[in-house]
Every structure is written in C-alpha cells, then in structure tokens.
Design a protein around this ligand. Structure first.
Ligand code: ADP
Ligand code: ADP
Length: 227
C-alpha cells in the first residue's frame, strides 16, 4: 500500500475548557474519499485548519505526505501546502474580477509555474469540467463558479483535496453536479479527498462517512448516512 497522504494520530485540541478533539485519528490514502458529517459548531472547519497547520494543536501528530507538520518551518509548510493540498471553500473564494481561466492559472503561477503553461493547463481543465469562458467569474452561475473553485484546487495536481461545505451555497441540482465531480476525483486523479459538510446526501457519497463524537471520528450511523 502507498503511504497515507494524510495521517492524523492522537490529535487533541481544546477551545477554552471545551475539548473539541481528544485523541482523534484519521488516515487517508490516494484514491480514497472520506466525509465528516456534523452540525454547525461541531469542529469541522477547525479540523481542516489544524490539518493545514494554521494554528497549533494541543497534542498529536498530523502527517501530510509523510511529513509531520509540527516539525516543519512555516515556509516549508507553505510549500508543502502549495504542492500537495487543494482547498475548495463554501463560497468558492474566487477573485471576482478575473476570468475563470485567470482564477485557475493564478493558483499554478503562485505555486511557481510558468505563466503560459499555467494558462494552457487552466484552459484544458476548465474545458474538461465544462465551465464556459467568461470575462469575469461574476457572470457565472453558482454551480459553474464552484466548478472553477474545484479546477483551481486541482491545477497543481494535489495529493489531498480538502473541501469545506463545498456545496453549501448551491441549489439541489448544482449540489449534485458538484458532488458528482468531487467524488469522481479520487479514482480519476488518484488524489485523496476529505469533505466536511452538514449535508447527508453529499457526505454519503464518500467511501467512509464519519462524524465527530466525544472528540474523535466515528463511523456515521446509517440514519445519518441515508438520504
Ligand atoms: P464547524 O465547521 O463544524 O461549524 P467550527 O470548527 O467552525 O465548526 O467551530 C467549532 C467550535 O469552535 C464552535 O463552537 C465555534 O464557536 C468555535 N470556534 C471557531 N472558531 C473560533 C475562534 N476563532 N475562537 C474561539 N472559538 C472558535
Ligand atoms: P465556518 O463558517 O466554515 O464554520 P467560521 O466562520 O467558523 O468557519 O471560521 C472560523 C475559522 O477560524 C474556523 O475555521 C476556525 O477553526 C478558525 N479558527 C481561527 N482561530 C481559531 C482558534 N483560536 N480556535 C479555534 N478555531 C479557530
């Protein structure tokens, strides 16, 4: 088996005297998807922030592509994030005045890619994801914008794709299209995918559906996984 892309062991993190995570474990390999289903305030965003190393955990180890993030310098961690992780957010977080292609190409250029090559890869990827050309992303539908956000997360061929409520701002039809796209990626691109969401119908598409309970991740009950 390949080394896990993400390996979390013994992760503990408290806010004030509330233990949000207490010995949490999670391992995710290339080609695998997992979702974390839970209501607002259960700690889903905080877990993603800890995986990204945005603030320190109280104890435990997070390994990304076999490197312990706590042992890395800020600049080495930033390089690892740029190389190995793609992020998709609830509201896309695109640059509104730029075209879809420039939004996507910029992510490749910020990771050190050549500008002309970035543009051509961005154009190819957007075509594959069925996003129309447009002078700015503002004129695209919500579902199209979210596909631009997925393209931007994919442009650097990440090992790990993290999605925080990726369909939270979409209507049902676009939600299903974006979920189809996201959950096709582990087998098609060989990345690992971790989706956090409060939407059962989205979460249930993952190989593993987990919830945060007593500070750790547990397999979600069927009733939570069902439509
Ligand atoms: P979710 O993503 O599941 O909605 P969050 O990770 O955003 O949950 O939040 C988990 C808990 O941490 C919530 O109780 C929230 O109020 C608290 N929290 C989030 N951010 C902060 C912060 N910056 N300072 C203090 N508490 C926070
Ligand atoms: P969401 O709407 O996705 O739940 P929020 O609006 O709660 O996200 O954003 C707050 C973010 O800030 C969360 O990701 C939370 O984890 C993070 N955060 C920043 N500082 C802290 C902190 N000191 N403790 C807990 N969470 C923090």
């Amino acid at each position: 088996l390949p080394n896990p892309v993400l390996a979390i062991s013994g992760l503990s993190y408290s806010i004030g005297n509330r233990a949000l995570f207490d010995g949490l474990e999670l391992t995710l390999s290339q080609g695998e998807s997992a979702s974390i289903l839970g209501p607002s305030g259960s700690g889903k965003s905080t877990l993603l922030s800890l995986i990204l190393g945005l603030f320190p955990m109280d104890s435990g180890v997070v390994r990304l592509d076999d490197e312990s993030i706590a042992d890395m310098s800020i600049s080495a961690l930033a390089r690892l994030r740029a190389r190995a992780i793609g992020m998709v957010f609830q509201f896309g977080e695109l640059l509104p005045e730029l075209s879809p292609q420039d939004n996507v190409a910029l992510a490749a250029m910020l990771a050190g890619g050549d500008a002309a090559e970035a543009q051509s890869r961005a154009s190819d990827l957007l075509k594959r994801l069925g996003v129309p050309d447009s002078p700015t992303v503002e004129t695209l539908s919500g579902g199209e914008r979210q596909r631009v956000a997925v393209a931007r997360a994919l442009i650097n061929k990440p090992l790990l794709l993290l999605a925080d409520e990726p369909t939270g701002a979409l209507d049902e039809e676009n939600r299903d299209k974006v979920a189809d796209l996201l959950f096709s990626l582990p087998s098609e691109q060989g990345c690992a995918l971790l989706v956090v969401t409060h939407d059962r119908s989205v979460a249930s598409r993952a190989d593993r559906v987990l919830t945060i309970a007593q500070g750790s991740l547990q397999v979600a009950a069927e009733s939570e996984q069902g439509q």
